[in-house]
Design a protein. Structure first.
Length: 115
């Protein structure tokens, strides 16, 4: 079992920056892919960004060039730096880690972008 705890959500003005952090604990190791997903009200959760064990980074098209995902294996953390925020980025953001058949999410943190 893996536990994920997010921090850093809150309100931000459009064009501003915000950083989300997540710390993993439990049966976690560097082989896990770590990343972020988000969910709009009434919608399914969607992929935002990830960092697999090889250190490469992957983003959904809507956030490319604005968001940066990174991980620190020594601390079991994953961070999402969000720049140039847009109102459509308003959502609940979830930390995510997965390995083979295992897939875990944090409790989520609300991010609200006002225009």
């Amino acid at each position: 079992q893996v536990q994920l705890v997010e921090s850093g959500g809150g309100p931000v003005q459009a064009g501003g920056s915000l950083t989300l952090s997540c710390t993993a604990s439990g049966n976690i190791h560097s082989g896990y892919t770590m990343g972020w997903a988000r969910q709009y009200p009434g919608k399914q959760r969607e992929f935002v960004a990830s960092v697999p064990s090889d250190g490469s980074t992957h983003y959904r098209d809507a956030v490319k060039g604005r968001f940066t995902v990174s991980r620190d294996n020594s601390k079991n953390t994953v961070t999402l730096q969000m720049n140039d925020r847009k109102p459509e980025d308003t959502a609940v953001y979830y930390c995510n880690t997965r390995y083979t058949v295992y897939n875990f999410f944090g409790q989520g943190t609300q991010v609200t972008v006002s225009s």
